[in-house]
Ligand binder design. Structure first.
Ligand SMILES: [Zn+2]
Length: 443
């Protein structure tokens, strides 16, 4: 169910059940006057969203959400979520973390409903493969041929001047691609869970190894630089003691080096955290399997299924250099990322693409589909050509027409005479040949 609908449902239920809204409840609890008593039971979507989006729902405690500039200041300021202190498993969760995160994701992006009132569920999951911007959904009121009235394009293309190329893709193509992927991966998991786990681990370890190698190298470089900086600062201090460096110059130099050291320490923390995360990848496949187990057969692409299975989709620009339109689409599944199914050894190799034969086949298909229209158009064109030709001829008088008729008859008679002469001549020649023949000897 779309997020907006859920919030509206809650609005109606809470308002109908006469549940006090938080502001009124706090005022009543603390013995204050209820602000706006006429609206004490009126709930708004935003309030409900603020409540159900709290991470406490999945069993954590969050501290340091706000801060104050001074103890005299009464107005708390919000900290960014990265700076919050989160303590895991401090209470019994109401819902599990995966469901909570899925719900969050489905409400991040505004999805505009179409004429039938249903929003497009892919919006918010599709990104441009080249610039990384979000793909925008474009719909036309008129239904066009080949479903091209509903499509996605890179948001960078709609700016002026354009910051990216269009990256056009039809929604129907994207939907069938996503449904096929979800169905085929789910089917594979249902068939052989152990093999799936093995493949996910293999793929993720490989990926992590490559990334971890780079990050470990960076970590070593940063640590080396920190020890170098320690030595430099030590030497500067010694120079200051011996009088080779003024106090002012010493302070400026040391401040710079200390700042660099601080930056490096922060980066080291980040890298170490990322490396620890890399090692914790064993549960990914299990999480994905738990999603697959929820559905026995998927026939339709709904918002819930999309959010449960798909993390994001990267769409690249189409390439027409081979004679047909080819477009790369990377589908990242939740937890496991891109998953390539093992190829079937018995599968038949597709024939190499022939642009000329493809064009012919397209034309044949088009002709058979629209045979009647094409023939009718051709007949109409021919009739028009004939009429034009006739119209272009000058109008003849009755005398001219009579003369023309006489000429035609004379021409016909001349031809008949010539034909008769010719046939008589042939007959004469045949008779002559008969008489000149030597007599045959009778035995
Ligand atoms: Zn783009």
């Amino acid at each position: 169910m779309p997020c907006v609908t859920v919030l509206m449902l809650f609005e109606y239920i809470l308002t109908d059940e006469k549940v006090l809204r938080p502001e009124a409840y706090i005022a009543l609890r603390d013995g204050h006057e209820i602000p706006k008593p006429s609206e004490q039971y009126t709930w708004y979507g935003r309030t409900i969203q603020n409540i159900i989006f709290r991470p406490e729902y999945h069993g954590v405690t969050v501290n340091f959400r706000t801060y104050k500039d001074s103890y005299k200041d009464k107005r708390p300021k919000q900290r960014p979520p990265e700076e919050w202190l989160v303590f895991e498993n401090t209470q019994e969760p109401i819902i599990d973390k995966v469901t909570w995160e899925t719900a969050q994701k489905s409400c991040v992006v505004k999805r505009r409903p179409n004429n039938s009132g249903t929003p497009n569920p892919i919006t918010g999951l599709a990104y441009c493969g080249d610039c990384g911007r979000r793909m925008y959904n474009a719909r036309k009121a008129k239904v066009l041929k080949y479903d091209s009235h509903d499509s996605y394009a890179c948001s960078g293309h709609s700016t002026y001047p354009p910051k990216c190329t269009m990256h056009y893709i039809k929604t129907s193509s994207l939907q069938s691609l996503l449904l096929d992927t979800i169905r085929s991966v789910s089917h594979f998991v249902q068939e052989d869970e152990a093999e799936f786990v093995r493949l996910v681990r293999e793929a993720s370890e490989l990926k992590n190894d490559q990334m971890a190698k780079v990050q470990r190298k960076q970590l070593a470089q940063h640590q080396k630089r920190i020890s170098e900086l320690d030595n430099i600062i030590k030497k500067l201090y010694e120079e200051k003691i011996t009088g080779g460096l003024t106090a002012k110059r010493f302070e400026i130099l040391v401040a710079d080096y200390e700042q660099e050291q601080e930056d490096l320490e922060y980066q080291i923390d980040q890298l170490q955290e990322a490396l620890e995360q890399f090692s914790d990848d064993t549960g990914k496949a299990d999480k994905f399997i738990s999603i697959v187990r929820k559905y026995t057969d998927i026939t339709e692409l709904t918002g819930t299924i999309l959010n449960e299975f798909i993390d994001k989709v990267h769409i690249f620009e189409a390439d027409k250099s081979s004679g047909r339109r080819e477009q790369r689409v990377d589908i990242h599944l939740n937890f496991i990322g891109q998953f390539v199914l093992p190829t079937d050894p018995n599968a038949v190799e597709p024939e190499p693409f022939d642009p000329v034969e493809n064009r012919r086949a397209q034309w044949r298909e088009h002709y058979h589909r629209n045979k009647e229209t094409i023939n009718a158009k051709q007949n109409e064109r021919r009739a028009k050509q004939k009429a034009d030709k006739l119209a272009a001829q000058p109008v003849k008088t009755a005398e001219e027409l009579a003369q023309e008729e006489a000429d035609r008859k004379e021409k016909k008679r001349a031809y008949q005479r010539k034909y008769q002469r010719e046939s008589q001549r042939k007959k004469r020649e045949a008779a002559k040949a008969q008489t000149n023949q030597p007599p045959t000897l009778a035995v």
